[in-house]
Design a protein around this ligand. Structure first.
Ligand code: COA
Length: 161
Protein backbone atom coordinates (compact mmCIF):
# COMPACT_ATOMS: atom_id res chain seq x y z
CA UNK A 1 0.00 0.00 0.00
CA UNK A 2 1.34 3.44 -0.98
CA UNK A 3 0.21 6.48 1.00
CA UNK A 4 1.04 9.97 -0.28
CA UNK A 5 0.35 13.16 1.64
CA UNK A 6 1.43 16.78 1.60
CA UNK A 7 4.06 17.72 4.17
CA UNK A 8 3.16 19.47 7.43
CA UNK A 9 5.58 21.41 9.68
CA UNK A 10 6.24 18.37 11.88
CA UNK A 11 7.81 16.69 8.81
CA UNK A 12 10.74 19.08 8.45
CA UNK A 13 13.37 16.60 9.67
CA UNK A 14 11.91 13.72 7.65
CA UNK A 15 11.85 16.00 4.59
CA UNK A 16 15.48 17.01 5.14
CA UNK A 17 16.56 13.41 5.67
CA UNK A 18 14.94 11.97 2.53
CA UNK A 19 16.10 14.93 0.41
CA UNK A 20 19.69 14.39 1.58
CA UNK A 21 19.33 10.64 0.96
CA UNK A 22 18.17 11.43 -2.59
CA UNK A 23 21.16 13.72 -3.26
CA UNK A 24 23.59 11.09 -1.93
CA UNK A 25 21.93 8.16 -3.73
CA UNK A 26 21.26 9.74 -7.13
CA UNK A 27 23.46 12.83 -7.69
CA UNK A 28 23.06 12.38 -11.47
CA UNK A 29 19.34 13.12 -11.14
CA UNK A 30 19.29 16.53 -9.45
CA UNK A 31 20.43 20.07 -10.14
CA UNK A 32 21.34 20.61 -6.45
CA UNK A 33 24.14 18.84 -4.58
CA UNK A 34 24.39 17.08 -1.22
CA UNK A 35 27.33 19.32 -0.28
CA UNK A 36 25.16 22.45 -0.67
CA UNK A 37 21.94 21.15 0.87
CA UNK A 38 23.51 19.46 3.91
CA UNK A 39 24.41 22.99 5.09
CA UNK A 40 20.78 24.19 5.09
CA UNK A 41 19.18 24.73 8.49
CA UNK A 42 15.73 24.07 9.91
CA UNK A 43 14.37 27.36 8.51
CA UNK A 44 14.99 26.28 4.93
CA UNK A 45 13.04 23.03 5.32
CA UNK A 46 10.21 24.75 7.14
CA UNK A 47 9.98 27.39 4.37
CA UNK A 48 9.81 24.67 1.77
CA UNK A 49 6.89 23.07 3.62
CA UNK A 50 5.19 26.44 4.12
CA UNK A 51 5.17 27.21 0.39
CA UNK A 52 3.08 24.04 -0.21
CA UNK A 53 3.28 21.40 -2.94
CA UNK A 54 5.78 19.08 -1.21
CA UNK A 55 4.61 15.48 -0.82
CA UNK A 56 5.98 12.43 0.99
CA UNK A 57 5.19 8.78 0.20
CA UNK A 58 4.91 6.05 2.81
CA UNK A 59 4.81 2.29 2.34
CA UNK A 60 4.03 0.96 5.83
CA UNK A 61 5.21 -2.58 4.96
CA UNK A 62 8.62 -1.22 3.83
CA UNK A 63 9.70 1.33 6.42
CA UNK A 64 6.94 2.77 8.62
CA UNK A 65 6.97 5.47 9.87
CA UNK A 66 9.76 6.88 7.68
CA UNK A 67 8.90 8.22 4.20
CA UNK A 68 10.21 6.28 1.20
CA UNK A 69 9.41 8.88 -1.46
CA UNK A 70 9.52 12.63 -2.08
CA UNK A 71 8.25 14.99 -4.78
CA UNK A 72 7.62 18.71 -5.10
CA UNK A 73 5.59 21.02 -7.27
CA UNK A 74 5.86 24.80 -7.45
CA UNK A 75 4.42 27.47 -9.72
CA UNK A 76 7.21 28.25 -12.20
CA UNK A 77 5.36 30.71 -14.41
CA UNK A 78 1.64 31.51 -14.79
CA UNK A 79 -0.27 28.30 -15.53
CA UNK A 80 2.78 26.02 -15.27
CA UNK A 81 3.69 23.87 -12.26
CA UNK A 82 7.30 22.60 -12.13
CA UNK A 83 7.71 19.03 -10.85
CA UNK A 84 10.94 18.71 -8.80
CA UNK A 85 12.85 16.52 -6.31
CA UNK A 86 11.32 13.20 -7.41
CA UNK A 87 12.88 10.37 -5.40
CA UNK A 88 11.97 6.86 -4.24
CA UNK A 89 14.26 5.07 -1.77
CA UNK A 90 16.02 2.08 -3.35
CA UNK A 91 14.21 -0.43 -1.10
CA UNK A 92 10.80 0.84 -2.29
CA UNK A 93 11.43 1.08 -6.04
CA UNK A 94 9.46 -0.83 -8.65
CA UNK A 95 6.16 -0.77 -6.69
CA UNK A 96 4.41 2.24 -8.17
CA UNK A 97 5.52 4.76 -5.53
CA UNK A 98 6.83 7.09 -8.24
CA UNK A 99 3.49 7.03 -10.06
CA UNK A 100 1.59 7.80 -6.84
CA UNK A 101 3.87 10.80 -6.20
CA UNK A 102 3.39 12.12 -9.74
CA UNK A 103 -0.40 11.77 -9.35
CA UNK A 104 -0.20 13.91 -6.21
CA UNK A 105 1.61 16.76 -8.00
CA UNK A 106 -0.72 16.56 -11.00
CA UNK A 107 -3.72 16.77 -8.64
CA UNK A 108 -2.11 19.70 -6.81
CA UNK A 109 -1.46 21.47 -10.14
CA UNK A 110 -5.06 20.90 -11.27
CA UNK A 111 -6.36 22.32 -8.00
CA UNK A 112 -4.32 25.47 -8.74
CA UNK A 113 -5.87 25.72 -12.23
CA UNK A 114 -2.51 25.10 -13.91
CA UNK A 115 -2.64 24.20 -17.58
CA UNK A 116 0.50 22.04 -17.60
CA UNK A 117 3.15 20.36 -15.44
CA UNK A 118 6.77 20.67 -16.59
CA UNK A 119 9.95 18.92 -15.43
CA UNK A 120 13.63 18.44 -16.23
CA UNK A 121 15.13 14.95 -16.30
CA UNK A 122 18.68 13.80 -17.04
CA UNK A 123 18.51 12.29 -20.51
CA UNK A 124 20.43 9.16 -19.46
CA UNK A 125 18.04 8.51 -16.53
CA UNK A 126 16.02 5.93 -18.45
CA UNK A 127 13.95 4.58 -15.51
CA UNK A 128 12.75 8.09 -14.72
CA UNK A 129 12.11 9.00 -18.38
CA UNK A 130 10.01 5.86 -18.89
CA UNK A 131 8.07 6.50 -15.69
CA UNK A 132 7.26 10.08 -16.78
CA UNK A 133 6.19 8.86 -20.23
CA UNK A 134 3.90 6.25 -18.64
CA UNK A 135 2.36 9.07 -16.60
CA UNK A 136 1.58 11.20 -19.67
CA UNK A 137 4.66 13.43 -20.03
CA UNK A 138 6.20 14.01 -23.45
CA UNK A 139 9.66 15.42 -24.25
CA UNK A 140 9.91 19.04 -25.36
CA UNK A 141 12.74 20.39 -27.52
CA UNK A 142 14.44 21.84 -24.40
CA UNK A 143 17.92 20.65 -23.46
CA UNK A 144 20.40 22.14 -20.97
CA UNK A 145 23.45 21.10 -18.91
CA UNK A 146 22.61 19.60 -15.49
CA UNK A 147 23.57 22.44 -13.09
CA UNK A 148 25.28 20.06 -10.60
CA UNK A 149 27.27 18.23 -13.33
CA UNK A 150 27.42 20.05 -16.67
CA UNK A 151 28.89 16.93 -18.32
CA UNK A 152 25.33 15.55 -18.17
CA UNK A 153 22.39 16.97 -20.12
CA UNK A 154 18.80 17.26 -18.98
CA UNK A 155 15.75 17.46 -21.20
CA UNK A 156 12.40 19.13 -20.64
CA UNK A 157 9.15 17.15 -20.46
CA UNK A 158 5.60 18.46 -20.25
CA UNK A 159 2.16 17.14 -19.31
CA UNK A 160 -0.89 19.16 -20.41
CA UNK A 161 -3.74 19.25 -17.88
C1 COA B 1 12.93 7.11 -11.01
C2 COA B 1 12.29 6.64 -9.72
C3 COA B 1 11.64 7.84 -9.02
C4 COA B 1 11.22 5.59 -10.06
O1 COA B 1 10.47 5.30 -8.89
P1 COA B 1 9.68 3.88 -8.75
O2 COA B 1 8.69 4.06 -7.66
O3 COA B 1 10.64 2.78 -8.65
O4 COA B 1 8.91 3.81 -10.13
P2 COA B 1 8.31 2.52 -10.80
O5 COA B 1 7.73 1.60 -9.76
O6 COA B 1 7.39 3.01 -11.86
O7 COA B 1 9.57 1.80 -11.47
C5 COA B 1 10.38 2.54 -12.34
C6 COA B 1 11.38 1.62 -12.99
O8 COA B 1 12.32 1.09 -12.02
C7 COA B 1 12.40 -0.33 -12.19
N1 COA B 1 12.69 -1.03 -10.93
C8 COA B 1 12.01 -2.01 -10.38
N2 COA B 1 12.57 -2.40 -9.25
C9 COA B 1 13.64 -1.64 -9.07
C10 COA B 1 14.65 -1.59 -8.09
N3 COA B 1 14.64 -2.39 -7.04
N4 COA B 1 15.61 -0.68 -8.23
C11 COA B 1 15.64 0.13 -9.29
N5 COA B 1 14.71 0.12 -10.26
C12 COA B 1 13.72 -0.76 -10.14
C13 COA B 1 11.04 -0.68 -12.69
O9 COA B 1 11.09 -1.93 -13.35
C14 COA B 1 10.80 0.43 -13.68
O10 COA B 1 11.61 0.19 -14.82
P3 COA B 1 11.28 0.66 -16.30
O11 COA B 1 10.04 1.49 -16.31
O12 COA B 1 12.47 1.44 -16.69
O13 COA B 1 11.13 -0.60 -17.02
C15 COA B 1 13.32 5.99 -8.76
O14 COA B 1 14.00 4.97 -9.45
C16 COA B 1 14.35 6.97 -8.20
O15 COA B 1 14.10 7.62 -7.16
N6 COA B 1 15.50 7.12 -8.87
C17 COA B 1 16.57 8.00 -8.40
C18 COA B 1 16.16 9.48 -8.43
C19 COA B 1 15.65 9.91 -9.77
O16 COA B 1 16.09 9.45 -10.80
N7 COA B 1 14.69 10.89 -9.75
C20 COA B 1 14.15 11.47 -10.95
C21 COA B 1 14.57 12.90 -11.04
S1 COA B 1 14.01 13.68 -12.56
Amino acid sequence: MVLVRETVMADWQALRDIRLEALRDAPYAFGSTYADQVKLGEAHWRQRIARGGTFLAFVPEVSAPEPVGLIGGYPEEPGVVELVSMFVSPQARGHGVGEALIDAVIGWARARDATSVHLWVTETNKHACRLYERCGFTPTAERQPLPSDPALAEIGMTHPL
